[in-house]
Design a protein around this ligand. Structure first.
Ligand SMILES: [Zn+2]
Ligand SMILES: [Zn+2]
Ligand SMILES: [Zn+2]
Ligand SMILES: [Zn+2]
Length: 171
């Protein structure tokens, strides 16, 4: 019985082509629009909505923002899930070699271990925030080049080369 769907051929109502039913998403099987045509239709409506100054979904934007409150919320939640994954994979704790132990996630961010070098910093900047986290997930959480540091350790290493923990200074 399995894969019975792969034997069914449906005709797309938009491009009029006969295609394997697997090329129709579940929700579109009724309307008989293939995934390809569906994607095109979505892209078109998104472009139209943006052009008219609305959120990509067609609702009114939040004041001064590029999306409606619902889309902003779901993006925020998505970004948080992405960040959670990265924090978990990197140990949820500041990895300062001098010993720091900060675990509050609001203090933690990803540090490029080999840091420094204008080139590196530029790449880092370009991949700032969520792009950076998505990049880490996609590359399977490389541990050699990236680690978690708290903002204090990160900043002081950036400014002074080492953080007070490593120098044994009073905190
Ligand atoms: Zn089609
Ligand atoms: Zn929206
Ligand atoms: Zn720290
Ligand atoms: Zn430190």
């Amino acid at each position: 019985m399995k894969n019975i769907l792969s034997l069914v051929t449906l005709r797309c109502c938009t491009c009029k082509r006969f295609k394997n039913s697997l090329l129709f998403s579940k929700s579109n099987r009724k309307s008989r629009r293939c995934k390809n045509c569906h994607r095109k239709a979505v892209d078109k409506s998104v472009a139209k909505n943006l052009q008219r100054g609305f959120c990509r979904c067609g609702k009114e934007r939040e004041d001064g923002r590029k999306a409606c409150s619902r889309c902003l919320k779901s993006r925020r939640e998505y970004n948080q899930r992405v960040r959670e994954k990265v924090l978990a994979a990197y140990g949820r704790r500041c990895q300062c070699p001098g010993g720091c132990g900060i675990t509050n996630k609001k203090f933690l961010s990803i540090d490029h271990v080999k840091g420094g070098g204008a080139g590196h910093r530029r790449t880092f900047k370009r991949q700032s925030g969520n792009e950076m986290y998505r990049f880490l997930i996609k590359s399977g959480f490389p541990k050699k080049d990236y680690r978690l540091l708290c903002h204090n350790c990160n900043q002081s290493r950036g400014f002074y080369g080492k953080c007070p923990h490593e120098l044994g200074e009073t905190i």
